[in-house]
Design a protein around this ligand. Sequence first.
Ligand code: NI
Length: 263
Amino acid sequence: MTYIVDSHAHLNDRQFRNDIDGAVERAAEAGVKKIICPGFDIPSSRRAVQIAERYGGVWAAVGIHPHDAAKMNAGALAEIRELAQHPKVVALGEMGLDFYRDLSPRPVQEEAFRAQLALAGELGLPVIIHDRDAGPSALRVILDVGTPAAGGVMHCFSGDVDYALKVVELGFHIGIAGPVTFGKNETLRAVVRRVPEDRLLVETDAPYLTPEPFRSRRRNEPALVRVVAEKVAEVKNRTLDDIAQMTSANAESLFGLDRGSSP
Ligand code: NI
């Protein structure tokens, strides 16, 4: 079978501290051969780069999550810029807006999002966007700053079909995570059916959002992106191999995964 790309897994999270080797091995056994590891603040971005240096099949993204937007300042932005020079950094992120948990004041979130979006445009890198209950504001910022030429992904997508099609229209990919397996989530399954096939990605967002039927029983990890891909295949009435091939090709072209690859 074609391999699967987990386009979003936080191997830099402390829950993986003693288990990165194991998580990468189990992923490979499940056919998950490439993993994108996004930062959420400066230390986790540095750590994502270190992990990507150690594993041929892991690439890093660097950025500041909306929860940590208060940590954004000129020094942090300069460090993101510097980390982004590393050959295994393939995107800026995650960045964005989270009006569900509101862990940073909204104007502060928006400022950090704008700064990173603009930087990605300047550096020619794609972006990984986190958007929770903030659709209209996220669209306003994107329209204002402009979609980076290299595009990006709205990761762990949680909106409806209309919003997904707007995001696609603006040049972004849609990242489908574990919630597509949740019993009540017909909205996300409708999104999977409607998004153009060349814009779909799959991801775990590990260690969070474990897919069903493992949801209440274990920590999420990259191997389980296979379960997400299986659900996408079922929803689209396609084979797992089709979905693996399609989403891997999409991830590779978006993130330029041939760059900086090593054994
Ligand atoms: Ni994430």
